[in-house]
Design a protein around this ligand. Structure first.
Ligand SMILES: [Zn+2]
Length: 323
């Protein structure tokens, strides 16, 4: 595949001329919906933002299509998560940079000390930084800086757009802290299908146990399942969570295993880990996906959160950010 990518990109490169952003029309490409929402918030009507990965897609496994590669080469700037989240696209981004595109791995803009290590590969970092709204706010600032660099005439607008969205992120973070702290301390354990919630756990004081590792590329073994069933039974954890981008099979095995040992475990809901919900719905936005997750986790683990989540308590969100 790598060779094929190479060939396609080399073939396409001469077809697309390298141009700086034309005044006020920044052509932006984002890989995941989460990155796309930040770029859209910063750019506003000063440019066009296209998102490559449709909702519900697993970015660890995403294979770029030929038309994706065309889009990469037709953009002024490409924002991707980085830290190998989009492992199968790394090559395309290197080529895009070589052909004169501005390429920004947004998670790699965070200071190294705020990054978590991948437990299975200590050389690598955990890429799921969007799970901490504070980190995502820092990423927003990095995107703003890149836009200003590429289109200095738009500085004022980029800055005020950024400020407005940063406020939303701060309010979301405050809601999350509040409702997650209402979960009894011994219940602050989050069991999910893969290790996407490390930053979430660190930010909000939850122990996080993923059935699969940081990437979804490896499958959980029988030993992994048994080890986790032990944890569920011993600690009497009432609920575990499925993820929208990961098959439920592993989580079902955990529930059956715990049940066989006399400890019933419920599915606390489906969490959005590596992709947002359906486009055009509230959970199809970054703010909505985190709202959904936080609310579901708090309610399933004995905490208190309004049934309809943060949005129902925040009038600025419900009026401005409704899709
Ligand atoms: Zn992941």
């Amino acid at each position: 595949m790598r060779l094929l990518l190479h060939a396609v990109i080399l073939f396409l490169a001469p077809l697309v001329s390298v141009q700086p952003a034309s005044a006020g029309e920044l052509r932006c490409l984002a890989t995941t919906g989460m990155v796309g929402d930040l770029v859209k918030a910063v750019v506003g009507d000063l440019g066009k933002v296209e998102v490559l990965m449709p909702s519900g897609v697993d970015p660890h496994l995403y294979q770029p299509t030929r038309s994706d590669l065309m889009k990469v080469l037709a953009s002024d700037v490409i924002f991707y998560n980085g830290l190998h989240l989009e492992g199968r696209m790394d090559e395309a981004f290197i080529r895009a940079q070589e052909s004169g595109r501005s390429v920004c791995a947004v998670a790699e803009e965070l200071p190294e000390q705020s990054l978590l290590r991948d437990a299975e590969d200590l050389e690598a970092h955990d890429p799921h930084v969007w799970m901490d709204p504070k980190h995502w706010r820092a990423v927003l600032m990095a995107i703003r800086d890149r836009c200003v660099l590429l289109d200095p005439d738009g500085r004022e607008a980029y800055e005020s757009n950024t400020k407005a969205y940063a406020k939303q992120l701060e309010a979301l973070d405050a809601y999350a802290s509040q409702v997650l702290q209402s979960v009894p301390e011994k219940m602050r354990v989050l069991v999910t299908a893969h290790d996407a919630f490390g930053y979430f756990g660190k930010r909000f004081g939850f122990e996080v146990i993923g059935l699969q590792g940081i990437s979804t590329e490896s499958e959980a073994s029988v030993q992994d399942v048994n080890r986790l069933v032990d944890v569920l039974v011993q600690r009497k954890i009432p609920a575990i969570f499925v993820e929208s981008t990961v098959p439920e099979k592993g989580i079902r095995a955990l529930i059956e295993g715990a049940d066989a040992r006399g400890h019933p475990v419920a599915i606390g809901g489906s969490l959005y880990s590596d992709a947002m919900g359906t486009a055009g719905t509230w959970s199809g936005t970054y703010l909505g996906m985190i709202d959904h997750n936080v609310t579901a986790i708090a309610r399933a683990l004995g905490g208190q959160a309004p049934e309809a989540g943060w949005r129902s308590t925040n009038s600025s969100v419900s009026s401005e950010s409704k899709p």
